[in-house]
Design a protein around this ligand. Sequence first.
Ligand code: PGA
Length: 249
Amino acid sequence: MRPAVIAGNWKMNGSAAQAETLIKGLLEASSEDAAATMVVCPSYPFLGQAAQLLAGSHIALGAQDMSPHEKGAFTGEVSAQMLLTVGVRYVILGHSERRLYHAESDQLVNAKAKAALSAGLIPIICIGETLTEREADRTEEIVGGQLAGSLVGLTADQLKKSILAYEPVWAIGTGKTATPDMAQAVHQFLRAGLARINEEAATLMPILYGGSVKPDNAKDLLSQPDIDGALVGGAALKADDFCKIVNAV
Ligand code: PGA
């Protein structure tokens, strides 16, 4: 059985006070027997504070990015080990905003995934096509390439510990969601691609859907056989909305 995972990507939003309110709200509105593993991913400055508030709770902490390097002269970067020491267990890698605004390639995402896994973090590896690519009927070619490039060289054991997130770029923050059928078709394609890499890992790796997931569309998306959870942006900033998405599992 694949675990259901609902991860909230706060992006570059909030203040220390808002982070506290949101986390307290999440702890109040959800319970230990939530149907899914809940992960919150605040910005770096709020990770330590979030870790304290979440200590001993059922909600896990994630970061939004990390360096592929262990240490050294990499100004502005944060290592996997640094994240672990503040209590982070998950890390989003290769988000389309990183790929677009910071020119992150599959090769870099792959190096980050290897560094995360070697250190003991669980990577949430993001892939997805743009609108132009979808309209040109290139979705499978694009996500297939990103899948192969981002996962190359990972051992079977590392694959089994990883999470994949399919996030069509045109659906992120736009209010446009892939229909459950559209999303399921890509998830099924990705699952088959994973099976060609490692059959067992394909049955174990959760594939999350991301892109304008809201309480009112979560159930239809999450009921698809190959959609194992969600990576949520905007709706993760409201405790009630995020918990409704968790309950939709
Ligand atoms: P959204 O963002 O839910 O606001 O569309 C999703 C994401 O970027 O992970």
